[in-house]
Design a protein around this ligand. Structure first.
Ligand SMILES: NC(=O)c1ccc[n+]([C@@H]2O[C@H](COP(=O)([O-])OP(=O)(O)OC[C@H]3O[C@@H](n4cnc5c(N)ncnc54)[C@H](O)[C@@H]3O)[C@@H](O)[C@H]2O)c1
Length: 324
């Protein structure tokens, strides 16, 4: 790997990966329009020589410029918010599936054949087999986000088959750690910093999910991408830990960290929202067979996340809370 393009390179995962690739001596190009990414996440990377292409991945000229010279693309750009799909029914399709088609066409035009893609455990919907292996029969989709990622996976594997691309697809559980900007930990943290006396919880608090620390995720991605090399075909990996936590356990860790004892107001129901999967636990035997192991447990990763949120009030808290 000589030069990598990271789409969504100013986001939580992309910026962490950018730093990691620079540590390995890989040239890095970042394409991002900062709609959810943050300039402060890429300051160090840019100072160390990463090149920024600021713009929309749906803009062909920006994409072609960013792609020049890349021998690997980490396609991480997405609408990464699972929860609000039904409010904007075309958003996931455009940002997750059409954008992937754009990236694949730009790769073909530039002669770049290696792609790594951030899919999601949400593609398993509400699976019948838990822990869920990569080979699980594909279920009915329950979210537009998951459906759009399935479409993107399909496009990538068809390009791999038809144009001899080397494709590595990752189905992540939810990620935690430094630069975390979206998900239940920050939602609860914000609520409790604004009002420590009460906490609104979506669903019944029994939703059970696996999580993975961001640095462990990036290590796993690199392990798999290096294993794939430039061998044509598609390889799919679940990335997660072999454990889960229920929402109530997360709440206990967060309230204890903040030293608060709020009244918990549960909305009720098995799912936090339409399309939420009440149980996500992926079988990670395949990535482990390459020698990768996570370094942090889920409670340790939640603690890291909370420490980081404490250290970054401008990100962790809405503006009015910071000012007061
Ligand atoms: N964070 C998680 O827990 C998690 C879990 C499963 C899958 N994923 C996937 O991992 C990838 C990265 O997620 P993340 O958590 O870093 O999200 P993120 O929102 O922090 O990063 C996405 C980046 O893409 C950029 N972006 C979005 N649309 C763009 C567009 N049209 N043009 C240019 N830039 C655009 C955003 O500004 C942002 O920097 C996504 O594909 C997401 O679906 C993340």
């Amino acid at each position: 790997m000589r030069r990598a393009l990271i789409t969504g390179g100013a986001g939580f995962v992309g910026s962490t990966l950018a730093d990691h690739l620079l540590d390995l001596g890989v040239e890095v190009a970042i394409l991002d329009d900062f709609r959810t990414g943050r300039r402060e996440f890429v300051v160090d990377a840019l100072a160390r020589g990463a090149e920024l292409f600021e713009g929309d991945v749906l803009d062909d000229a920006t994409l072609a410029a960013a792609m020049a010279g890349a021998d690997v693309v980490f396609h991480l750009q997405a609408n990464a918010d699972v929860r609000h799909g039904l409010e904007h029914p075309r958003l996931d399709l455009r940002e997750n599936a059409v954008s992937t088609s754009n990236v694949l066409e730009a790769m073909r035009a530039a002669g770049c054949r290696r792609i790594a893609f951030s899919s999601t455990g949400s593609v398993y919907g509400e699976p019948e087999v838990v822990p869920t292996p990569e080979t699980a029969p594909f279920p009915v989709q329950t979210s537009l986000y998951g459906a759009s990622k399935v479409a993107a996976e399909g496009l990538i594997s068809a390009y791999a088959h038809g144009f001899d691309f080397a494709a590595t697809i990752f189905r992540f559980v939810s990620l935690l750690g430094e630069r975390y900007t979206h998900g239940h930990v920050i939602d609860f943290y914000r609520q409790l910093r604004a009002d420590p006396t009460r906490l609104a919880v979506l669903g019944d608090g029994r939703q059970e999910k696996s999580y993975l620390y961001i640095q462990d995720c990036v290590d796993a991605m690199m392990t798999a991408v290096e294993h794939q090399g430039d061998t044509a075909g598609t390889d799919i990996y679940n990335l997660g830990t072999d454990a889960t936590v229920v929402v109530d356990e997360s709440v206990a860790l967060i309230t204890s960290h903040l030293g608060v004892d709020p009244v918990i107001e549960k909305a009720g129901g098995r799912r936090g929202w339409a399309g939420d999967s009440p149980l996500i636990h992926l079988d990670t035997t395949k990535i482990r067979s390459l020698g990768w192991r996570p370094t942090l447990t889920i409670p340790e990763a939640i603690a890291r996340t909370l420490d980081w949120l404490d250290s970054e009030p401008a990100i962790a808290l809405p503006a009015e809370t910071v000012a007061s």
